[in-house]
Design a protein around this ligand. Structure first.
Ligand code: DC
Length: 204
């Protein structure tokens, strides 16, 4: 059975956590597509040209343990503007989405560009302040030297770049179900998405 769940939204809205939990609940495979762009961004930080970095991405590049840093996130957002970088990552994402047994992909352009025919499309948002607080707690919990203000600025800068680029900008698909997680616990948001998927699964 093929069944694709596309989960898009801005940084730190909770989509990664939701996608992981949903995949686990249904026994689907999960791909955090942001990790692809982070791995490309990380390679450019050591001097590799972005398009070359995307075309030569390996499993080891994706397993680096520094991909969650704020510096790598910014580099990811910069390389994500380049159409050829995005094109180089298409086949991998398409193949992942088409695997048997179901797949959840989270990112910025899954419902609009990568999987426009996904059975389920969600667009997950939260207020800037809530997102900054969540990301601040995540990063400082890992011992990173960050401030709440710095994290907020970083998120806003990245969102603006992700929204304003011409190649596959961050935008909700017309047929996406929107969830604002500002006043929800992540557990509640996970429940809401699972309920949405159950509803659609019953029809396919
Ligand atoms: O989801 P994330 O924060 O790990 O993503 C890092 C950056 O990668 C994000 O700022 C924009 C880019 N990205 C993208 O352009 N398209 C995707 N599908 C996923 C991420």
């Amino acid at each position: 059975m093929r069944f694709t769940v596309a989960i898009d939204g801005p940084a730190a809205a909770g989509k990664g956590t939701i996608a992981r939990a949903v995949a686990e609940h249904f026994g689907f495979a999960h791909l955090d597509t942001g990790l692809l762009y982070r791995a490309v961004g990380a390679k450019t930080m050591v001097g590799v040209e972005p398009i070359e970095a995307a075309r030569t991405l390996t499993a080891e590049d994706l397993a680096r343990d520094d991909l969650r840093s704020a510096a790598v996130a910014q580099a990811a957002s910069w390389v994500a503007v380049i159409g050829e970088v995005r094109a180089a990552l298409l086949d991998f994402q398409h193949a992942f989405a088409a695997r048997m047994g179901g797949a959840v992909l989270d990112g910025r352009d899954i419902g609009t560009v990568i999987c426009p025919d996904a059975e389920v499309k969600m667009f997950v948002t939260a207020s800037d302040d809530v997102r900054a607080r969540r990301r601040f707690e995540e990063l400082s919990g890992k011992g990173a030297d960050v401030t709440l203000d710095g994290v907020l600025q970083d998120l806003r800068e990245r969102d603006a770049r992700d929204r304003e680029r011409s190649a596959a900008p961050l935008v909700a698909a017309d047929d996406a179900v929107r969830i604002d997680t500002s006043d929800m616990t992540i557990a509640h948001a996970v429940e809401a998405v699972i309920a949405e998927i159950e509803k659609i699964r019953g029809k396919v």
